[in-house]
Design a protein. Sequence first.
Length: 70
Amino acid sequence: MDVPNLPDNPQDDIEAYVGLAQQDAEERARARGWTTVRSLPPGAIITMEYLAGRLNFEVKDGEVHRTWQG
């Protein structure tokens, strides 16, 4: 079975988003080339499929507390 060619994620320090306001973080991520930006509350139930180009934020009280790719 052939493995599809997945696009690369943007070269970005995703830990630098921690502590930013949600809107500022989302705008910065899109400007840096992330095609999908997803903001979630702590403990949200989400699907675990990997999506290249997606940056996830865990947001509490309007501030990013955690980030991960996919």
